[in-house]
Design a protein around this ligand. Structure first.
Ligand code: HEC
Ligand code: HEC
Ligand code: HEC
Ligand code: HEC
Ligand code: HEC
Length: 315
């Protein structure tokens, strides 16, 4: 048998759902339904030869420093403030500021007896929630696991999708990004710190699709499934004539806040009201089966439209 597929139940994943909106709850069901499958591959010892340009750091602080974007604030104040309020700035923190990855390290197929025992294999979720892990050794994975299990929020908040994740690491499809440049919409050779190089990917939905998922991530020893929204965009929205990109809808004027923000319930409700307008048509009449028996009746026809470029809820 080439491989064994073993579906593990979802009950082990203990999310604190009680604060979440129903909408978000539905969205989270996708994640709760993460079919954490164990795939035993015949020869999982095969490792791809590593690219010599991708050096790996040995300490968490070095990794944080390598992707540190705090210097960008000085000149890109507005964008920085927008980003700070976005979900991208807290990609390991769930709603209401809890470290969601902790429950996975305690129970289930990714669990470990102690932080020291963790390796990068314990973090398939980092493919999208903290892709920088690619530049770190297993020792760094163990440091992260210790911070997570110690509930060290100050450290875990530093592990986010910062400026350089999108403007360097995720801005190139073919080949490795040049770590000495920042990718943007234009070439700016004299940009402070490093030159800006034009990347055609930045305005493309694929840029977001790299993380906002297509389906199960089967490349891991413990495959996971979380966000699948890019699949819905490609296979439903585009074939039905959709023309807008993720950026056009979610980053008007280059806004990096990228709502919805699930921690701001009033704003979220307002956005959903606008995104999912409901049309109601009603017809009232009376039904008289017998002479004395007049029954008021109503026919209500409702239709909910979606203005989104994909299924909602999704991710
Ligand atoms: C989730 C990915 C992502 C993150 C994180 C991100 N950016 Fe961007 N940024 C983009 C994309 C995509 C565009 C291009 C948007 C467009 O042109 O429609 C962009 C555009 C820009 C632009 C050009 C804006 C314009 O008006 O043309 C600047 C400057 C910029 N980003 C700076 C930053 C800084 C500084 C940070 C960190 C605080 C940051 N970005 C974080 C994805 C990101
Ligand atoms: C000393 C000021 C300064 C600092 C620091 C700085 N930038 Fe810029 N950046 C600029 C200026 C000025 C421009 C050109 C005008 C503009 O587009 O805002 C620019 C342009 C950009 C663009 C290209 C916008 C386009 O046209 O596509 C990106 C992307 C960008 N910066 C990202 C960053 C990131 C990421 C950092 C932090 C690593 C950073 N910048 C730090 C001043 C700065
Ligand atoms: C490096 C991976 C990555 C990239 C690239 C990326 N995202 Fe995200 N995005 C995430 C993750 C992870 C979250 C959830 C973070 C959290 O709340 O824990 C998120 C959250 C969001 C949210 C908030 C809603 C929600 O369900 O949390 C929106 C909207 C969003 N992203 C849009 C975009 C758009 C538009 C782009 C492209 C310009 C983009 N993202 C690029 C990983 C990414
Ligand atoms: C035609 C406009 C449009 C396009 C294109 C679009 N979106 Fe959305 N998206 C919306 C609307 C509207 C919502 C509802 C929430 C809101 O308005 O904040 C939404 C919600 C989301 C959410 C939250 C999902 C949830 O379950 O609540 C994420 C994440 C997201 N979009 C990411 C993306 C990404 C990534 C792309 C590109 C692959 C994309 N969107 C393309 C309009 C769009
Ligand atoms: C293919 C990329 C990808 C992988 C792999 C992935 N996620 Fe996600 N995850 C996302 C994106 C994008 C979002 C934001 C959109 C959404 O809300 O669904 C998200 C959102 C979440 C959220 C909601 C965050 C919030 O603010 O409430 C949780 C919790 C989550 N993921 C947990 C996990 C866990 C646990 C794993 C590993 C078992 C994992 N994810 C693996 C892409 C991924």
């Amino acid at each position: 048998m080439p491989f064994k597929n073993n579906l593990i139940g979802i009950s082990q994943i203990d999310f604190n759902l009680k604060y979440q909106t129903k909408q978000k709850f539905m969205s989270r069901l996708w994640i709760l339904a993460i079919s954490v499958m164990i795939v035993v591959l015949p020869s999982h010892g095969t490792v791809m030869a590593s690219d010599p340009s991708t050096t790996q750091v040995n300490s968490l602080q070095e990794l944080v420093d390598r992707f540190d974007s705090s210097s960008c604030r000085e000149c890109h104040e507005q964008i920085f403030t927008q980003w700070e309020k976005s979900h991208h700035s807290r990609s390991l923190m769930g709603i209401n500021d809890y470290i969601f990855i902790a429950s996975y390290l305690k129970k289930g197929p990714l669990a470990i007896p102690s932080g020291e025992k963790a390796t990068k294999k314990n973090f398939p979720c980092f493919k999208c929630h903290f892709p920088q892990i690619e530049f770190a050794t297993d020792a760094v994975a163990a440091e992260i696991a210790r911070a997570v299990l110690d509930n060290d929020k100050v450290m875990v908040r530093k592990l986010n999708i910062g400026c350089l994740v999108c403007h360097c690491e995720k801005a190139v499809v073919h080949g490795r990004p040049d770590v000495n440049v920042i990718y943007g919409n234009n070439d700016i050779k004299d940009h402070p710190e490093r030159p800006v190089r034009k990347s055609p990917l930045l305005k493309n939905s694929l840029m977001c699709g790299q993380c906002h998922g297509l389906g199960p991530n089967l490349e891991f020893e413990t495959p996971v499934q979380c966000a699948t929204l890019y699949g819905s965009y490609l296979h439903a929205y585009i074939p039905s004539g959709g023309t807008e990109s993720c950026q056009q809808c979610h980053m008007p004027g280059g806004d990096h806040y990228m709502p919805p923000n699930f921690n701001n319930r009033a704003e979220l409700s307002e956005r959903l009201r606008n995104a999912l307008p409901m049309q109601v048509r009603a017809l009232a009449y009376s039904f008289q089966p017998k002479e004395e028996d007049v029954r008021p009746m109503i026919v209500v026809n409702t239709k909910i439209f979606s203005k989104a470029g994909h299924r909602i809820p999704d991710g």
